[in-house]
Design a protein around this ligand. Sequence first.
Ligand code: C5P
Length: 254
Amino acid sequence: MKEKHNPLILALDVPKREEALALVARLREYVGGFKVGLQLVNAAGPGILDDIRERGGRVFYDAKFHDIPHTVSGAVAEAVKHRVWMLNVHTLGGVEMMKAAVESARQTAAACQVARPLLLGVTVLTSIDEETLRLELQVEAPLPAHVAHLARLAQQAGLDGVVASPQEIRLIRAACGEDFLLVTPGVRPTWAAKQDQKRVLTPAEALQEGADYLVIGRPLTQAPDPVAAAQRLLQECGQKLKGTAHATASGTGN
Ligand code: C5P
């Protein structure tokens, strides 16, 4: 069942544990979760996943696992022990790998008596364009069709949703239905700089398109007053959340 939720996930793209934890302390009341990616986990070690949870933050571990099923199964089991809220794998690892991730998460969560994390798939990285896909990677299908195909495979394998660029939300929502979780980076409020993000939607637009969660980094972390920026963002989302079909998302919570 979908429930009302805070759609903001703060990307903790910082190289230091102390810096990350300062942001958690400052913003945990204003965001629905914190994304920990490969930079922070390699700088601070996997204990950072526990540190954030112990300070009241839910963790989206942006691990992007992509390996043989056995190896991914073992990596997922270790991530589950850190009681992460969300975790992702590459859909290009194939259905068997994704199924192994789902089964490992289920079994480990049951054995450790913790909530099973939401498992997301990464389809085609937004750094890959049509030309790279066709000429370099020799994928003949058009990019949107390939993304929709990978999202459907993720759903068939039992994943809870995918990470989707703003351009892909509507397409994947149509392909995979209302209950599939869509987490969207590349979001910029009109009052924030775009930085290196090129094709952006505002938070309200992304929610309107059908996103469940918005991954936002620098508009909050580099704001002169991050709390005021988060409140402003939430207000914008709240206005659009009222009465829209995608106002809420499922989650096991932690
Ligand atoms: O600072 P900013 O809001 O641009 O951060 C967005 C976050 O989402 C970063 O952690 C970035 O790596 C991630 N991301 C993205 N675009 C994608 C996939 C992930 O910006 N297509």
